[in-house]
Design a protein around this ligand. Sequence first.
Ligand code: AMP
Ligand code: ZN
Length: 466
Amino acid sequence: MLRIHNTLSGQLEEFRPMVEGEAKFYYCGPTVWDFGHIGNFRSTIAADILRRYLKFKGLRVTSVMNLTDVDDRIIAKAAGAGKTIDEYTARYIKAFWEDFDALGCERPDVAPRATRHIAEMADLIERLEQKSHAYRSDDSIYYRITSFPDYGKLSKINFAGNIAGGSQRVDTDKYEKEDARDFALWKAPTKEDEPNWETSIGRGRPGWHIECSAMSMKYLGETFDLHLGGIDLVFPHHENEIAQSEGATGKRFARYWFHFEHLKVEGETMSKSKGNYYTYRDLIEKGFTAPAIRYFLLSVPPRKQLNFTFDALRGAEKTVASLRDFRARVEEAKTEVGRNEKLSSATQRALQDFEAGMDDDLNTSVALAAVHDLTREVNTALAKGALRSDDQGEVLEAIKSFDSVLNVFGESRRQMLDDEIQKLIDERQEARHRRDFKRADEIRDELAERDIILEDTKDGVRWKRK
Ligand code: AMP
Ligand code: ZN
């Protein structure tokens, strides 16, 4: 049974989805104002691991990851470049997906963009106004924190003693708010040429927090299973999402909150503003590979901090290469028919340890230790010629299971691509025409070894996977 630390309760809890056999989650995705750094991708990969692990556990998963494609930075950068928001963000959205795919992440089921959901945000703000959770000031709209007594339940920040009520001007914000803690739901344009939208609540643009409430509830319902994000989002972003969503619906919003710890550099959070960051592209330029970057980023459980060093990344390169080499050697080993009981139980144990590690709040360190223990035992057996045909199949199946979650072993060499297969079939046909039956048979055997079956029909050669 999967247990995760729920930020809301502060406890390790058994994960029990709302509907048995299904899991619905929302992950706060990137702000597409620039290339993402590998700290951002640590969180993206953690979300990917959770998604994959829920599937491993047999659940049907619906995952949503938003793209924040409007905020003050984007507006300023787009204006500076003389572009519209869409023109400016197009490049970074494209780059994000390229990096995302290269890092072996599975695409979410829905990846909504904030700018495409302005009407939904306006509707939600209207509901909040009707329930007196929101008020207008200078054509902007704010959330009234005093109207939501549960405010602070996620971050456990004690707001007692904070100035409440009474109109005041807060220097950090240009607008008039009732309470310093109140936050903007909707911002009226302050300049002539500022990007804005005409909606049922007037002309303006959304605050950051409202987008995630509107888009998560649109695609997952008013109550859903899991909400994920980096630890920096607990306050104020997620606290505000709860206030907005629960304020509007009167229902519980997300049931479990899972927050990922940061990637650090010499004790400091990797971030654009600190300048201590590397993008995925920077590392590729330095000669590192995507699977090694993925391995490094997932090698420590998501709820523990991870320190970035080039040494650790070089270590990950070696580990990934050895895992790939291991898979190839097991695939290619010529084995005698039968079973080596010792290896068979080692494989079972590795699978159990892997699952026990992952069940424990996604403890990827324990899960990886189980994988490495198995590779050591199998390597010893391979060196002694003690791997038997049954073990070979079981070990390869185990690798497939591990990799359905980790995705670091790379393509199986057995899994030939369709055009590679077709090429060999064409070569076999040619050999037959030359009456070189020896070569033709060799090709048939080679394909059979890779689980490809040939059928000679009157319309030519057909093939299928075993
Ligand atoms: P952003 O693009 O800033 O909206 O962030 C995208 C995601 O990356 C969010 O879930 C952040 O919490 C997360 N994030 C930002 N910095 C780091 C870091 N250094 N390590 C891990 N995750 C981070
Ligand atoms: Zn969010």
